[in-house]
Ligand binder design. Structure first.
Ligand SMILES: NC(=O)c1ccc[n+]([C@@H]2O[C@H](COP(=O)([O-])OP(=O)(O)OC[C@H]3O[C@@H](n4cnc5c(N)ncnc54)[C@H](O)[C@@H]3O)[C@@H](O)[C@H]2O)c1
Ligand SMILES: O=C(O)C[C@H](O)C(=O)O
Ligand SMILES: [Mg+2]
Length: 476
């Protein structure tokens, strides 16, 4: 099974299927080799005992995912043993995909059949034909979101195409449902053409109550979102932009409390001026940051320069007030905060040493951050990544389920700036003063208060800004 070469990305449990020649070796030796190389055997299954040989599945956990390759190599050197197969447990979890469609009721008899299907269903169709708003009460529309990607900016893996994007989109759909009860459906489009993407999403929109755009590369993502917002009457939300911006701001609210700095006084460096970087910058400027410097492949973005896309040029006009030039190192000199939404390994320890006192580092590239926490933990005041396997997971998963829950429940026509700010404040408020510390600036994904508080604050903001088309009972 595939997956071995991906182990450095995370995932440190593997099932080794071994064929062992009984005459030439015993199982104890295999166990010794695995444990001497840092592996922890957590299960052994005998698959087959044959004449003189056996096949066994050994499930091994390792602390460092790279050890799996070394263990396999050592086993391969033993005479009388053959590795039949190596199954990454992460891949096993993905077999057949991660979600399915489940009907809400079982069709028990002909009477049921004629109601959910022909002929009676026709009356429901005609009711919606007469009043299209009835789609919200009589179809899945009111609780269903499309998670749409073209596979061009999947995590930090880049343009890996629509099929390869599916596991991420399925994962987002799972999270929508588990965390907020939203039925989300992954849709990966086999086109990179802006107009075609817009047209396709508009054409499928009758089914959905909202559109979550995901992992569509910049700068196309800005135009696609802008046009869809104008042309559709359901909320359209590019998660990599706004979900990320909301959670970053939430994390920063709490990180700043830890270091005792005011958002108006800090210098922020954003690395990676793509979908996430632009939206993060915008929310931070709106929140009061005065000195914000953007860095992309061309180095620090400076007003008046020509860049690979016009988004970076307009970005430069509203940032870098001191017109600093250079690369990441120069940008970071004296900076209070680093926000990375670019690519793996770009941030160096020596650059962090040049930052102001009590630096805050949010290295949020996925799956590998701009710097691993272990490299700088001793010199930063607060460290966060986008990953599930380190403290302070700043990831848009803290936002998208709850913000759509709110938008669907009040049938918001859009998700506006006020709703995003309310979402950020709600997420930050889950961490009370007595609980906050450098390893706890954002709540856990599993903290049920996140969706609860976020839904409440966002619905209130939608009502106040008059974009709610339905007022839920508890707000009347
Ligand atoms: N933690 C989260 O919640 C979260 C959310 C969104 C995106 N991300 C991560 O952030 C990264 C960017 O995502 P995106 O959706 O904004 O993608 P994007 O393609 O829109 O933007 C990436 C930007 O990074 C820039 N970049 C690439 N290499 C660079 C380098 N060597 N130096 C400086 N800039 C460089 C690109 O030029 C581009 O402008 C990805 O790794 C993604 O996984 C994390
Ligand atoms: O998918 C994630 O984990 C977060 C974000 O949407 C990303 O693209 O990295
Ligand atoms: Mg994404």
């Amino acid at each position: 099974m595939a997956g071995n070469n991906n182990q450095t990305l995370g995932g440190n449990s593997v099932i080794l299927r071994l064929e062992i020649d009984a005459a030439r070796m015993n199982f104890g030796l295999v166990a010794n080799i695995i444990s001497s190389m840092g592996g922890d055997i957590i299960a052994i299954d005998t698959i087959h005992i044959g004449h003189g040989s056996s096949i066994r599945d050994i499930t091994v956990n390792v602390v460092d995912a790279g050890d799996i390759g070394k263990i396999s190599e050592a086993i391969r050197q033993i005479p009388g043993i053959r590795i039949v197969n190596t199954s990454d447990r992460t891949f096993l979890l993905h077999l057949g995909g991660k979600i399915e469609v489940t009907p809400k009721l079982t069709i028990q008899n002909r009477d049921d059949l004629s109601r959910v299907y022909t002929p009676d269903v026709a009356r429901v169709c005609l009711a919606i034909h007469e009043d299209p708003d009835d789609a919200y009460s009589l179809t899945i529309k009111r609780n269903t979101v499309a998670v749409v990607s073209d596979g061009t900016a999947v995590l930090g893996l880049g343009d890996i195409g629509p099929r390869a994007a599916m596991p991420v989109m399925e994962g987002k759909a799972m999270l929508f449902k588990q965390l907020a009860g939203v039925d989300a459906f992954p849709i990966c489009l086999d086109t990179k053409d802006t107009e075609e993407i817009i047209r396709t999403i508009k054409q499928i929109s009758p089914t959905f109550g909202g559109i979550n755009l995901e992992d569509i590369s910049s700068p196309r993502c800005f135009e696609i979102e802008r046009r869809l917002k104008e042309e559709l009457d359901i909320p359209v939300f590019h998660d990599d932009q706004h979900g990320t911006a909301v959670v970053t701001y939430a994390g920063l609210i709490n990180a700043l409390k830890i270091v005792g700095k005011n958002i108006r006084d800090v210098k922020v460096v954003v690395c990676g001026i793509g979908a996430a970087g632009v939206a993060i910058s915008d929310i931070l400027l709106a929140a009061g940051v005065k000195e914000l410097v953007g860095v992309d492949k061309e180095g620090i973005l400076v007003e008046g320069e020509t860049y690979s896309n016009s988004v970076k040029e307009t970005y430069a006009t509203r940032t870098n007030p001191k017109r600093v030039r250079g690369g990441l190192k120069e940008a970071l000199a004296g900076a209070d905060i680093f926000v990375g939404v670019s690519a793996a390994g770009l941030l160096k320890r020596e650059d962090v040493l040049g930052m102001a006192q009590d630096p805050i580092v949010f290295a949020m590239a996925n799956p590998k951050p701009e710097i691993m926490p272990g490299e700088i933990e001793d010199i930063v005041a607060v460290m966060a990544t986008g990953r599930s396997d380190f403290p302070n997971q700043i990831n848009n998963v803290l936002c998208f389920p709850g913000i759509f829950r709110a938008a669907l429940d009040c049938r918001a026509s859009v998700i506006n700036e006020e709703m995003k700010l309310a979402a950020a404040e709600a997420i930050a408020s889950v961490i009370t003063d007595d609980k906050r510390d450098k390893y706890y600036i954002v709540p856990s994904v599993f903290d049920q208060k996140v969706v609860e508080l976020l839904r409440d604050r966002v619905i209130r903001a939608a009502i106040e800004t008059k974009v709610a088309r339905r007022i839920p009972k508890e707000y009347r």
